[in-house]
Design a protein around this ligand. Structure first.
Ligand code: ADP
Length: 326
């Protein structure tokens, strides 16, 4: 390959910049020219390509977000849209593509690389960690640390007032972030989309904690947990409060802060390794694969599997939370 394009797409995640840096510098190291595409697939369709040199990625290793910006792009979902993207890329002399993003971005990348002769490799970047074929996705560890430090602060005020806090964390379809941040912050209960927690069990559980003279309780609730569709975390807390008016219940929605901040050391190393692996994979004539790390080894997972197969959360952690919060 002579000229490679790199883009970030879909939801942003801390560490995407680190991956961009690694892709750009690995390519240059091997004598490959690099261009950055602005705002994901939208930039391909709009013809927004920028040459990237080594110095263009200076000082971004510690910055959250993505210097290439990211976007959702409806047009790329259509064959016509992807054809425009292809024509523009071809006119630039681009003969390989690296897509940094999540599940949706890889669906687009899969179609694009099947339809046209531009080999494409994906790098998993999402705080949700919900991609099969890699132990961790870029941004997940940083988001975990962000949630744990936020909950530590909530715990201080909760304990001072003997309060129960429902803390909503990101995760519409996957409970990885909720589960591990729950263990890491000593949560009393964790509600995730993968497991049905009957309302009665939650009530009973909170009642037990109060009887056990706990001075505070933290319930971590993933956005997509059961019972969240009907009015969200506020409604859930309200329901519990109606049944237990003696409990002093508060709600905290962590929101977008979970996506920001300096990438953790773990994510920096992961993104550096995956950025290099993506370029090497393209040089080895691989395509339509996501690069990942499993048991400390680089893996190449076909887009199909990365998208379709479900990565399972470690349900032992739910039991662990129960044991450790008595
Ligand atoms: P993420 O990559 O974080 O999962 P999205 O699901 O929003 O984010 O996907 C990002 C972009 O990828 C979409 O805006 C769209 O341009 C493209 N995309 C997603 N799904 C498809 C699909 N089925 N076909 C073609 N392109 C898609």
């Amino acid at each position: 390959i002579k000229k490679l394009a790199v883009l970030t797409s879909g939801g942003d995640a801390p560490g995407m910049n680190v991956a961009i840096r690694a892709v750009v510098r690995t390519a240059i190291y091997h004598g490959i020219e690099v261009v950055g595409v602005m705002e994901g697939y939208a930039g391909m369709i709009r013809n927004d390509f920028r040459p990237m040199k080594s110095r263009d990625v200076s000082d971004i290793i510690s910055k959250g977000g993505t210097i290439l910006k990211t976007a959702r792009c409806e047009e790329f979902r259509t064959k016509e849209g992807r054809a425009i993207a292809y024509e523009n890329a071809k006119a630039q002399g681009i003969d390989a593509l690296v897509v940094i993003g999540g599940d949706g971005s890889f669906q687009g990348a899969k179609l694009f690389s099947e339809e046209f002769d531009i080999p494409t490799v994906g790098i998993p970047g999402t705080i949700d960690n919900d991609l099969f074929g890699t132990d961790s996705t870029i941004g997940y560890d940083t988001a975990l640390n962000t949630v744990v430090s936020a909950v530590d602060k909530i715990r201080d005020t909760a304990t001072s007032h003997k309060r129960v806090f429902f803390v909503e964390v990101m995760g519409r379809d996957a409970g990885f972030l909720a589960l591990r941040s729950g263990i890491g912050s000593g949560a009393e209960a964790i509600l995730i989309p993968e497991v049905q927690t009957p309302y009665d069990k939650l009530k009973q559980f909170l009642n037990d904690k109060t009887k056990g003279h706990k001075s505070s309780s933290i319930v971590i609730v993933a956005e997509g947990a059961e019972g969240m569709k009907e009015g969200g975390v506020f409604k859930l807390a309200e329901r519990v409060n109606e049944d237990y008016p003696e409990l002093d219940i508060r709600v905290s929605v962590l929101g977008h802060m979970q996506r920001g901040g300096a990438p953790s050391a773990f994510d920096r190393v992961l993104a550096s390794q995956l950025g290099e692996a993506a370029v090497v994979a393209l040089m080895d004539d691989q395509q339509s694969v996501m690069v990942g790390i499993q048991n400390n080894k680089i893996s190449h997972v076909p887009f199909n599997q990365a998208i379709k197969n479900k990565k399972n959360v470690n349900l032992d952690l739910l039991k662990l939370a129960e044991i450790l919060s008595i």
